[in-house]
Design a protein. Structure first.
Length: 94
């Protein structure tokens, strides 16, 4: 569970902004999709997967989920792999 929360913090650090946003899920999802996708279809898939990931994040953060079941673990793994891609893209810019 800690790993999932740390990953969420990493997402906010990599793609978030100081001012915040009314719809954090859409903002972060859009930034991620444009960062790592190569087509419109791929962006749509990334947005859908990120939305699912962030729904799990909300359940964990707000105490509605005490441990990760199979579906939540799949979302965590997707989030970890997508973060890795996004971080590598960011490092290319340095």
């Amino acid at each position: 569970m800690k790993a999932f929360l740390f990953l969420c913090i990493a997402w906010d650090a990599l793609l978030g902004s100081k001012g915040g946003s009314a719809n954090v899920t859409s903002t972060l999802g859009d930034r991620l999709a444009y960062m790592i996708s190569e087509s419109r279809e791929e962006r749509e898939g990334i947005l859908a997967s990120f939305k699912t990931f962030y729904q799990v994040r909300s359940k964990v953060v707000h105490g509605r989920l005490a441990w990760l079941e199979t579906g939540e673990m799949e979302s965590y793994e997707w989030g970890f792999n997508a973060f890795k891609k996004a971080f590598e893209k960011e490092l290319e810019l340095i």
